[in-house]
Design a protein around this ligand. Structure first.
Ligand code: 5GP
Length: 127
């Protein structure tokens, strides 16, 4: 089943500069910016610049350069925001929602980096 990327999704529009964002870091293949509705004191979204719908889509089809750039960007965001548990920070939660059961709202792969407070249980027990 092919992934169908919607080029009008909100993150595609952010990448094209049609909608403003609060950028934390931009690299050759990735963009990190503050979530518009933060769920924690730190809530940064890391996205690839390429047209990937979900995490598994990205992991399957991205180039090695894109994959490496994304992973290094995540590490740099944890460092820049002071969340790195190995470096004196108090840790973080990384979440990616995919598809209907993942309750994904924006169909451009993104990783939520959340921290700055205890993040509670990993998932709701029902609903
Ligand atoms: P999802 O539910 O797809 O995993 O998360 C989408 C996230 O994108 C939400 O946390 C939402 O607050 C964020 N978001 C939606 N529209 C915008 C926007 O225009 N700018 C920014 N910075 N974040 C957005």
């Amino acid at each position: 089943m092919p992934y169908v990327y919607d080029p009008q999704n909100i993150f595609a529009r952010i990448l094209r500069g049609e909608i403003p964002n609060r950028t934390v870091l931009e690299t050759a293949h990735s963009l990190a910016f503050h979530d518009i509705g933060p769920q924690a004191p730190v809530h940064v979204l890391v996205i690839p610049k390429g047209p990937y719908v979900t995490y598994d889509h990205f992991c399957r089809d991205a180039s090695d350069a894109e994959l490496a750039d994304f992973a290094r960007t995540v590490a740099r965001i944890c460092e820049m925001t002071g969340l790195q548990p190995g470096e004196g920070g108090l840790g973080f939660r990384a979440i990616t929602n995919a598809g209907e059961h993942g309750v994904q709202e924006v169909p451009h792969f993104h990783l939520h980096i959340l921290g700055g407070r205890p993040m509670g249980r990993m998932v709701a027990q029902s609903g």
